[in-house]
Design a protein around this ligand. Structure first.
Ligand SMILES: *Cc1c(COP(=O)(O)O)cnc(C)c1O
Length: 344
C-alpha cells in the first residue's frame, strides 16, 4: 500500500502550517479555566465580534459546542427540530439523548436545508401527550447535505417561525466561513437570528483543535457551567487559541480556493463513465458522488484509490465524499481525478 499523499477524506485532516505553529509557540498563555489565558480571551472577543454576540467560549471540539448548547437550551423530554442529515442526529454518539434527554424530530429537507413550512409542521401542539418542541437547529453549511449553503432568506423565515412559537435557535456553524466565502455574506448576517452559534477551527480553517461557541452573556455563563461539568475547561489553552486567531486572519479568504478545487474535481469526475455527481449541488468544499453504475461498491473504489496514494472515504454502499482543504492543490485534484478514471 502506497502512503496517502492526497488526503480528501475530510477538511479535519489539515496540518498546522509552519506560520501557524510559530504563532502557537509565541502565544502568551495562562490558566484558561480561571479566565487568565490572554490568548483564549482574545479569541473569544474576536469570535463574539465576528458573530455579533455578547460573549463566546473556547471548547475542545465542535461536538462539545453543539452538545453544550443543547444542554443549555433543552430539558429532558424536550424536542429538537432539525434536518434528518444533521450532525447532532447522526454523528454525535446519541449525545442529545444521552446528555440532555432531548429527542430529535427530523425534517426531510433538501440537501440538509429545510423550510419554514416544514418547521411549522414539525412543531408539536400544546399537549401533555407530546414532547415539548424547544429548539430549532440549522447546520451551515449542511455537511451530509453536500456542503450546502443555507440561503439567508431561508434562515430568516425559519427563524421567524421559531420565534413565533418561542423556540430557541441554534446554528451548528462548523463550516460557517465556507458559507460566508461562497455566498459573500458576512458571518454576522447569518448568525443574527440565532441564540447560539459556533464554528469549528479544526476544519477548513486549518487549526489542530477547537471550536468557539457564542451567544448572550447569560447563555455563555450557563455554557461555562457545562464546560466545567463535562471536563472541557482547560489550562494553558492559549497555544490552541493562537492557532485560531492566526486562522481567522489568514485562512478565511483562501477557502475560495478550496471551493474552486471542489468544483474542478466534480467537473473532472462527472466525465468519468459510471460516476454520477450532481454538479449544481457542489457549492463549497464537499463533493458527494455515486459509483453504482461502475459495478464497484464505494468501499472497493475507496480501497483502490488508496493504492494510488489517494484517500476518499465511502459514506455508504454507493457514495463517496471528497472534501478539499488547505493541504490540497489543483495538481492534487487532477491526480485524484485521474486515479479515479483509471479505476473505473
Ligand atoms: C465536524 C462537524 C461537527 C463536529 O465537530 P468536531 O470538531 O469534529 O467535534 C459538528 N457539526 C458539523 C456539521 C460538522 O461537520
Amino acid at each position: 500500500m502506497s502512503p496517502i499523499r492526497i488526503n480528501l477524506y475530510s477538511d479535519t485532516q489539515t496540518l498546522p502550517t509552519p506560520a501557524m505553529r510559530k504563532a502557537m509557540a509565541e502565544a502568551p498563555v495562562g490558566d484558561e479555566q480561571r479566565g487568565e489565558d490572554p490568548t483564549v480571551n482574545r479569541l473569544c472577543e474576536v469570535v463574539a465580534e465576528l458573530t455579533g454576540k455578547e460573549a463566546a467560549v473556547f471548547l475542545p471540539s465542535g461536538t462539545m459546542c453543539n452538545e453544550i448548547a443543547i444542554c443549555v437550551h433543552c430539558r429532558p423530554g424536550d424536542e429538537i427540530i432539525t434536518d434528518r442529515t444533521a450532525h447532532i442526529l447522526n454523528l454525535e454518539g446519541g449525545a442529545p439523548a444521552a446528555l440532555s434527554g432531548a429527542s430529535i424530530w427530523p425534517l426531510e429537507g433538501s440537501h440538509g436545508v429545510f423550510t419554514a413550512e416544514q418547521v411549522q409542521q414539525g412543531i408539536r401542539p400544546e399537549s401533555r401527550h407530546t414532547p415539548r418542541s424547544r429548539l430549532v437547529c440549522v447546520e451551515q453549511t449542511a455537511n451530509l447535505g453536500g456542503g450546502t449553503v443555507w440561503p439567508l432568506e431561508t434562515i430568516q423565515s425559519v427563524a421567524e417561525v421559531a420565534r413565533t412559537h418561542q423556540l430557541a435557535l441554534h446554528m451548528d456553524g462548523a463550516r460557517l466561513f465556507n458559507a460566508v466565502i461562497a455566498a459573500g455574506i458576512e458571518a454576522k448576517k447569518y448568525t443574527a437570528p440565532f441564540d447560539s452559534v459556533w464554528f469549528d477551527l479544526s476544519k477548513g480553517l486549518g487549526c489542530p483543535v477547537g471550536g468557539v461557541l457564542a451567544g448572550s452573556a447569560a447563555f455563555i455563563e450557563e455554557a461555562w457551567w457545562w464546560k466545567q461539568r463535562l471536563g472541557g475547561a482547560m489550562r494553558q489553552a492559549g497555544i490552541l487559541a493562537a492557532a485560531g486567531l492566526y486562522a481567522l486572519e489568514h485562512h478565511i479568504e483562501r477557502l475560495a480556493e478550496d471551493h474552486r478545487n471542489a468544483r474542478r474535481f466534480a467537473e473532472y469526475i462527472a466525465e468519468i463513465p459510471g460516476i454520477s455527481v450532481a454538479l449544481e449541488t457542489v457549492e463549497t468544499n464537499i463533493v458527494f458522488f455515486d459509483v453504482t453504475a461502475t459495478g464497484l461498491s464505494a468501499v472497493e473504489i475507496s480501497d483502490k484509490l488508496k493504492s494510488y496514494g489517494v484517500l476518499i472515504g465511502a459514506t455508504d454502499k454507493a457514495r463517496l465524499r471528497a472534501v478539499t482543504h488547505l493541504d490540497i492543490s489543483q495538481t492534487d485534484i487532477e491526480t485524484a481525478a485521474k486515479a479515479l478514471r483509471e479505476i473505473c
